[in-house]
Design a binder for this molecule. Sequence first.
Ligand SMILES: *[C@@H]1O[C@H](CO)[C@@H](O)[C@H](O)[C@H]1NC(C)=O
Ligand SMILES: *[C@@H]1O[C@H](CO)[C@@H](O)[C@H](O)[C@H]1NC(C)=O
Ligand SMILES: [Zn+2]
Length: 456
Amino acid sequence: MVRLLTRLPLLVTAAAACLHPREEAGLPTEGIRIRRDAAEATVPIGTGDRWANGTVPRGLGTQPAGTKVTSIMTPEEVRSAIDALADEFDFEVGETPNETHEGATMFYAKVGGAGCDASYRTFLTANIHARERGAADNLVYFISDLLWAEREGTGVVFGGKHYSMADVKKALGTGIVFMPMLNPDGVAYDQAEDNCWRRNRNPDAPVDLNRNFDYLWDYKAKFADRISEFVASDDPNIEVYVGTSAFSEPETRNVKWVLDENPSIEWSFDIHSYAGLIIYSWGEDFNQFTDPDMDFRNSAYDDRRGIKIEEPGEHYSAYRAKDLWQSDSFVAQRVANAMAGATQHLRIPITAIQGILMAPTMGSLSDYVSSRGVSDPSSPDTHGLTLEFGQSGPIEDCPFYYDEEDFNFNIQGVGAGLMEFLLGAADDGLAEVNCNSHDDDSDSDSDSDDDVDDDD
Ligand SMILES: *[C@@H]1O[C@H](CO)[C@@H](O)[C@H](O)[C@H]1NC(C)=O
Ligand SMILES: *[C@@H]1O[C@H](CO)[C@@H](O)[C@H](O)[C@H]1NC(C)=O
Ligand SMILES: [Zn+2]
């Protein structure tokens, strides 16, 4: 079998984010099933639907210190949590066009902004990898905190980080589009089986959805030969299996659809665990800002991409315009600092790094978002960041599962990280929006409103 990563110890610095230690060691994880007594050491999966009776979710940032969340949401609960919030706070929830392989309907929602399409300039997503428990919960509770705080005229507190009412307004003012559950089939399976499931549930061959976006997807052609087998895999038995084509999967097509419907999005943040990292573009190779022709689009460099330790004649560095690179790294560092400031019991530091420093990668949601602003002349500049919250949980067989203490700790740390991300995007300078002007650019897609359930 293909051994991932371990044959190249020099190339792997920190833990390869999102991979299980067995996967990093090139060993199969198929058939892992966490012992029941071990699974019980982690926060339980919710039973029933705690939002069905009119209860509206409320995060930890607007509740007294010491308040705890005691169970994790199922994909159905994530949806009903957002529906309950939408009823209470009157915002838009919409469904995406493609059903998942197991028939789930995916959804997105929009909060804040200024009332017109052009004002939605940020995008938050979670749980594209199924086993990263708490990813969706972190996002749902964060959104609920913003809405409760705005209504009650308060700020939010995440551990040691305090944000004012003005910060809350500013964060909502970025216009947030969000999708808390990017892999509902995979999450349902992981929760039912406790089997540390990462991919989707494509019955032909489960796909790593975070290798299925259209960014250097054809990795064998796009990366140097001596590196490409470590970038991803076309072997369905490997956890980083890329699928049969870019956007072969309904889940990734739905994300693209939401991005297409919301062309004003400038900044996105995709929530994963565990590595204690904030990752910015590019994942393909080291960045440079002097040669615009040397980038992911230029096939003249297909035999050189991804090599971290180059031999003569192998030089390639990925162009990122200087101002964009500065903005990416500055916002990532702000997020890392905020998360460190929020938490009292960090076991590893939170570090902001460029993707390549972890491992050469292709096909990720975040790099795809960054690439849209480069590939599409009608797009604003775009910045895709990835958050790797947390550190390894108590179960050796599946370090992505957390106990109650860490689950709650992550909700607060990620809350601070998401808050800082939105404030950072705003400070970086989002496009000005005037929803009242008649010649605004709000509607490259004016029929989008037909496709959503407006909860007004
Ligand atoms: C809904 O159920 C929750 C949990 O069982 C309970 O705490 C809450 O009071 C109930 N709310 C209403 C409005 O009945
Ligand atoms: C997925 O959605 C797109 C956009 O609406 C549609 O054109 C396509 O036919 C859908 N594909 C499937 C397999 O449902
Ligand atoms: Zn992940």
